[in-house]
Design a protein around this ligand. Sequence first.
Ligand code: MGD
Ligand code: MGD
Ligand code: MO
Length: 751
Amino acid sequence: MPDDPKNPYQGPAGGWGALAASAEIITREKAIARGSAALLRVNQKDGFDCPGCAWPDPHDHRSAFEFCENGVKAVVWESTSKRVDAAFFAKHTVCELRKKSDHWLESQGRLVNPLAYDPKTDHFAPIPWSEAFETIGATLRSLDDPNQAAFYTSGRASNEAAYLYQLFVRMFGTNNLPDCSNLCHESSGVGLTQTIGIGKGTVSLADFDEADAIFVIGQNPGTNHPRMLSALQGAARRGAQIVAINPLVERGLEKFLHPQEAGAMLCNKATPIATAYLQPTIGGDLALLTGICKHILAAEDAAPGTILDHAFIDEHTTSFAEFAESVRAADWETIETQSGLRSSQIQEVADIYLQAKSVICCWAMGLTQHTHGVATIQFVVNLLLMRGNIGRPGAGACPVRGHSNVQGNRTVGINHHLPPAFGEKMEKLYDFKAPTTHGYDVVEAIKAMNDGRVRVFMALGGNLVPASPDTELTAAALEKTELAIHVATKLNRTHLVHGKQALILPCLGRTEIDQQVAGPQVVTVEDSMGDVHASEGRNAPAGEQLLSETAIVANIAAATLPPGKPDWRGFVADYATIRDHIEKVLPIFKDYNARIAEPGGFSLKNTARDREWITGTGKANFTVAAIPDLTLPPGRLRLMTIRSHDQYNTTIYGNDDRYRGIKGQRTVILLNVADIANREMAASDAVTITSFGPDGRGRQVTGFTIVPYDIPEGCAAAYFPEANPLVAIDSVAAGSNTPVSKLIEIEISRG
Ligand SMILES: Nc1nc2c(c(=O)[nH]1)N[C@H]1C(S)=C(S)[C@@H](COP(=O)(O)OP(=O)(O)OC[C@H]3O[C@@H](n4cnc5c(=O)[nH]c(N)nc54)[C@H](O)[C@@H]3O)O[C@H]1N2
Ligand SMILES: Nc1nc2c(c(=O)[nH]1)N[C@H]1C(S)=C(S)[C@@H](COP(=O)(O)OP(=O)(O)OC[C@H]3O[C@@H](n4cnc5c(=O)[nH]c(N)nc54)[C@H](O)[C@@H]3O)O[C@H]1N2
Ligand SMILES: [Mo]
């Protein structure tokens, strides 16, 4: 454990450490035979899509191994030879299992039988698939109102499974489709739709080869999108400026050694990444972006007509005058206090922006999971629009998505708001009346379960309890359900938090062969940049009883809905028929089956990239936002909850965070040395963290260890999901209802 405020890990991101960590997990999970064959096919044109993250694959220069250390972990975790079979569930009561750690639960291996909870014995026990489907159908049909059920999706489901799922849910009669996006990039979707008319980023991977400057804001690609480092490395090597904006100095943004470059590896030659690194205070980005825009306007005033792209602004945007006026009116004192940065530091970054012909801005959870996340993202758009940096090569907005198909899920209809045109097309094709009222998102679904409005909860993947805010409340809410249905690959905490009845339905993973009547099936996924491609598993399934997610959803639909359209069993026999239907409902998928047969797949049309603005005004909109006053009462700190290098969301692979120099522990709080000294505390002290949400109630976690760290004064960091009990359910981002996981008001005390 580090006792020095400087990170004791001095190596680059990637490098030999990445190779060693990959080898270690392959050995530990005994997946060497299955795993190594699987790895050779990961992200290849005829292989499966890495379940790790949503970063795209290069079209032209794909190496034999298009994966990273954390992709290896994700693939091996799924390909493990361990099993949680009938004997395992006979041995352990649910009460006993609830006492185990999240890491222990998932590391017991793959689920292989459909299971039902038996309250008399407190055990899960195997049941036949037919019984599971009948129970679900009968329970759903017995509800007074379809809105008494909620259907969650974690972003790993394929387009095919996700399309059938939302179709089933809407034909059942509800839009209650909460999904992991609500906890993740919802602020990006909302912010971008209002300003540029599409809730997605506008860049493609090729733009990284042409950008003169790349801003990486509130994102830790070294851990969460390691393949992005190859793109940043390429850009840095050709002299592009890379600006990192993050309260922490993340190693992957500093230097990178590509584990697949033999020459560089042999002489340990890492590439420096960021040319400028700003460490704002947590939540200070809106102030900082206002400051950057203010410097740019000042440069324009000093040399009128030379800085802004007036032709673009006039032809393509609205509300520039209001935006400029509000930025000019913002005072430097507020900008400096609220961002924690000096005007001169902000000027340096504004100059990089000005000197670049083409700029890409990337961001992730450091911007979205904030009270003012939507406004901050809209300020990123303002910055880009000022110099026409949207819709031309080397430039654009790049929200870097999380789950490997979270973007595809939304495209094919996983959305608690039903887009009207999409709804009408489905109504015509399947001859039904789609529900029009908005459904529940994750926060609303938790509240609805808690007060009895939702009685049945289904999850297509994911781990709702530890992933959600207010862990105890979320667990209590789930315990009130009459039936919970979990489609999953591995046992996790949420499965054990049962109400009256609970079912666990084991499914195939991405890496596995999906054999149906028409032969082995491919599924399709959409990456963070709107490229759609096929994914085909190559491993033998982990168990004989496993069904694909697509088959599980279709069987549930057939067991629940009256007979008639569509032919659910026909869909399962041949997934190409599902793609034909998606194409009928969503014209952007024209020639879907033919185009996924092309190596590398195809790119979906992106209106903003083509400078077509599907907004109310028909133009891209500049927006105005006041700098929020985030001053805290004395003694309080702002806490962000972040991922370590050894986890995939709630899946914990191990207790190390190599790039941050933290070993063997996860219940830590990273603090500035001054904040530790002020409290007369010391490194390694045990503390209780108390948070204060909008309801003023103190929420607590105890037994956290202090780690001194290079983090701005007044700021703190702890890991997700251990710190989730501190996130109040009512602390949400304005406009997107995303839980505020990155700005939690806390106090610490001994104990
Ligand atoms: N290996 C691995 N890969 C993953 C995941 C995983 O858990 N493990 N999760 C996947 C998912 S679902 C997602 S959404 C992505 C998440 O990818 P990231 O968004 O990179 O994940 P976080 O760890 O939440 O990191 C947020 C970063 O934002 C910074 N930050 C926090 N608050 C602020 C702020 O106020 N301002 C600024 N400028 N920065 C801030 C933190 O210091 C941290 O570096 O990764 C995906 N990929
Ligand atoms: N405090 C705090 N909370 C957060 C965040 C944060 O930064 N801070 N981040 C939020 C974000 S960005 C996200 S996306 C959510 C993530 O929330 P979720 O998506 O709900 O959680 P995961 O941990 O990704 O889900 C892991 C489980 O998925 C199942 N699984 C894995 N692969 C498959 C598969 O192929 N099919 C099926 N059916 N199941 C599978 C396994 O059973 C595994 O236990 O958490 C959010 N919560
Ligand atoms: Mo996410």
